[in-house]
Design a protein around this ligand. Structure first.
Ligand code: V0V
Ligand code: CO
Length: 140
């Protein structure tokens, strides 16, 4: 079902500062930036590597306001790993399969994600405490 780890999402207070840190510490490069109003985030993708199943990234996330998923996460837990995103060939199909196994879906249907992708989230309480994102690349 999973083709790769597409990205690890990291919650931060200041996107520009965190980008500068990742660039200078790990020699990573920002390949996309976006404000996603629906998800309540300002985000940047830093490219890690290309593989058979597609590329993988670090996603840095700054909340657009305190009353958003990332804003609430920062208030409760502080900066750190917010979610892990897995690449799948077809998000709608993966949701059907995973939902059929009793895992709570936070999205009933795919939503708009970074770089033209389709995304959906699974409830962290049903996945061992890990907020899990499914990602379908735009050309699939
Ligand atoms: C909350 N919890 C988490 C968590 N966020 N556990 C692990 N990882 C996280 N990131 C726990 C929290 O500690 C609570 O446990 C419980 O889940 C309920 O959380 P809450 O405090 O009530 O917080 P809410 O109201 O924010 O709800 C949490 C969920 C929400 C996960 C339902 O954040 C959500 O719908 N997230 C999906 C959308 C999203 O995260 N978008 C931003 C990334 P206790 O304390 O009760 O034990 S956007 C993105 O990745 C994009 C655009 C992309 O990749 O392209
Ligand atoms: Co993400």
């Amino acid at each position: 079902m999973f083709m790769r780890i597409d990205h690890v999402g990291i919650a931060c207070h200041n996107l520009e500062e965190k980008i500068a840190f990742f660039e200078r510490t790990f020699d990573l490069t920002v390949v996309a930036r976006e404000i996603n109003e629906e998800q309540g985030v300002k985000e940047a993708m830093l490219h890690i590597a290309d593989g058979d199943g597609g590329a993988s990234y670090i996603q840095l996330l700054e909340p657009l306001s305190p009353d958003t998923p990332v804003g609430r996460f920062l208030a409760k837990r502080g900066e750190g790993v917010h979610h892990v995103a897995f690449g799948v060939p077809d998000v709608a199909r993966a949701l059907e399969e995973i939902g059929g196994k009793g895992i709570r879906l936070l999205d009933e249907k795919p939503r708009h994600g970074s770089m033209g992708s389709s995304i959906a989230f699974l409830h962290p309480k049903d996945v061992g405490g890990m907020l899990t994102e499914l990602v379908q690349a735009p050309d699939h």
